[in-house]
Design a protein around this ligand. Sequence first.
Ligand code: BGC
Ligand code: BGC
Length: 608
Amino acid sequence: MKKIIGIIVVILSLVLLSGCTNEPAPPIDLPIPDVLTTAEKVQSKIDSMSLHEKVAQMIQAERGYITPEDVEMYGIGSILSGGGSHPSSYLDTANDWYQMYFNYQQSALRSSSEIPIIYGIDAVHGNNNLYGATIFPHNIGLGAANDPELMYEIGKATAEEMLVTGITWTFAPAVSVVSDISWGRTYEGLSENPIIHLNLVQSMILGLQENGVSATAKHFVGDGGTSGGTDQGNVTLDEQTIREIHLAPYYEAIDAGVDTIMISYSSINNMKMHGNDYWINDILKDEMGFEGFIISDWNAIHQLPGDYSDQIVASVNAGVDMLMEPSDWLSALETLEAAVNNGRILESRIDDAVTRILMVKYTRGLIENPFAKLNPETNLYTQEHQDLAREAVRKSLVLLKNEDQALPLEKNQSIYITGPASDNVGYMCGGWTTYWQGNTAARIGVGISIKQAVSNVLGTQSLNLATSWNQADTVIVVLTETPYSEGVGDHDNLTLTTGLSHPENAAALAVAQDAQAAGKNVIGILISGRPLVLGTYLDRFDAFIAAWLPGSEGGSGIADVLFGDYAPTGKLSYSWPKDISQIGYISTYLNYDETFVMFPFGYGLTYA
Ligand code: BGC
Ligand code: BGC
């Protein structure tokens, strides 16, 4: 009652104040008391909504398949950009993105429920779909850096580079614990060992969410634990092991207040996760107390048994709150509504799902400020973000070998640099860069290559790069995998010259051999989404660095370490196998023998 009187007093005084003059009232900053809690606001909103409006909130469409007019007509809850899905061209600017976002958002507010959409995107190493955004190292490198403060800052910077487009939801971080590096998504995972996740997951989520962007912990659960590392495959572990290894990061995510969790395409004992009532409802929501909302993965419910209605019923009843149905969003909406009308899904389940979705929309400020946007001039690829990315690169490099102090390099010497990734920024960024499968272009609008960075350092000594290896004191050879994402990257023959390794690695390795025979100082750098078997090729190098997928500032950060401006500090967050048969032999095993593998979990040299 007091609250209501309070509101009336405020309204009356506003009316009185505005009556004092004929001029339009100046904007008054009178505090309008926030009398309702967010939960109460959400509840009263839901009470006012029709079933149709409510189920619409549970639907997510892909931008390529939905127009602003559709959004106005159906009032759907969310839109996403899939990997590499841009407003019209990969060169679109932040303002182009914002214009697209604005158009959808304006339409959502004109829909009958007047609820803003939440727009989601895979900003998995910076806002990577946006041309001109800072590309941070992929998670495998951040696991090697193992620095919580750095994670927070990257989360914050990523949020800022998203908010220049208006978009407030990222499908990140992947909290996958990766048991088998054959998996094409290995680089999206911080480590094979959840001890690393326990140190890093919270700070990444807080960095995003405290700076205005909803995070997603994905993919629940066991995505990195499938047999043979098969993408979307089957996990055959017992529940205790799943809990200890794969569930562990979700406690961290929930403690950090993560807004959303994405379900995994994979199965546990042949039961698809998207219909897994036990793991989603019983464990994640009831036992662990997750209060945010659950999003399905891209078309993933189509892999459930039965017809479309069965699939929707099974997933929603198992606890999925929002359906990522990129192209089938309209039939998803209609089928979901029909399933409630014919009693296959209770309306209370719908209310629960919509409550969770609206709670996120309210708490992250979408309702109050649906058109919020940061200025690209001061938030996109800023010097600060470049420096941060460069720091992340430096800290993520793992020095695997350094004989006779081959590193660091003197700056006043003759250097020759070769190899397929020596002058290519796209390869350093890997999958989920500009496009879903990555950008293979040598120049991607941001960053400099390793060759450019090394050349810049020599330039400070008025030296040029050598044009043939036999004129040089030091020969740098940069080997690489070619970019991939998701199942496209699944491979079990992971060596420097097989699998998804670049075909030109062989020629570069031949140069290494000749240069070494001629007594040169030979430095190897590997750009890859995972450890690759090195075999005897390693003998051709005096020093060797695992650089992972360092991103746009890879060139600068690698040069910092090559020339000793910074000593390497990165430690392997994955075991490095001696040969193919050791893939899958990892540090979470009981009686893990560090001497068995080539380089164990936790390994990493530094300068003397
Ligand atoms: C991936 C998710 C991603 C989604 C949206 C799926 O194929 O598995 O990680 O968030 O697509 O792009
Ligand atoms: C989309 C990705 C998605 C993938 C799923 C691609 O076409 O761009 O975002 O993860 O399909 O297979």
